[in-house]
Ligand binder design. Sequence first.
Ligand code: SAH
Length: 254
Amino acid sequence: MALSELNDRLRFVLVRTSHSGNIGSAARAIRTMGFDRLTLVAPHRFPDPEATALAAGADDVLGNASVQDDLVAGLAGTTFALGLSARRRGVNIPELDPREGVAQALAAARRGEQVALVFGNERTGLENDELSRCHAMIRIPSVDDFSSLNLSQAVQVVAYELRTALLADEAQAPVADIDPDEVPADAEQLERFFTHLEQTLDDIEFHKGRSPVTIMLKLRKLFLRARPELRELRILHGILADAQRMADIAHKKD
Ligand code: SAH
């Protein structure tokens, strides 16, 4: 697949970055490998002279960076997200090495999907609720007792693996024509579904005083694995709406 076509379907998403210098270094890292789509979710400071200095000329990447308030907005339009994390955290999603992760990212892009590679804050990494929006995590196999790479260096590793895989892609498989109905629902559509699901579970008194957090994480994992299409989500929304309607009738009888 031509690099330009691929580039349009891949974005690097940096979440809550503390040091502007890392944003610049990350821009440089992806630019050297032929990519240019950067999304910044709630950066502590941006634009910033330090970012510009460390971008070392990758100004177009910084200039075109999309800045969003939260990860759901940062993932808008994407159907496949891979979270980069040095640690597994409390979210039980598949763990891939960089090569396998990149292979899956390219396969999704080739199918016409929009793909996000998501990187966490320098100190705290990706939080559970951020990782729970990802289909899988990529762990760069660093040593156990000193596992955390500098953010922009983690970005470089992934960008390098992407480029290597692409250069090795002898077949240069043509990009498939996309049938929008067959593409999985995107991050926002899924988020609307999860909100509706959580509300419905509440309405039918499923939680019975327990915290909804654990069950919602499990259900997220289930639906992210299933990768429902939009028309399938519509059916599920319809079922939930009926359950809510019945719960409402039952409440009125009480
Ligand atoms: N203390 C944090 C590390 C943050 S490093 C933690 O333990 O999670 C900043 C970001 O760089 C991470 O959120 C992750 O996206 C990426 N990163 C650093 N080291 C990594 C590794 N070994 N594997 C995958 N991603 C890594």
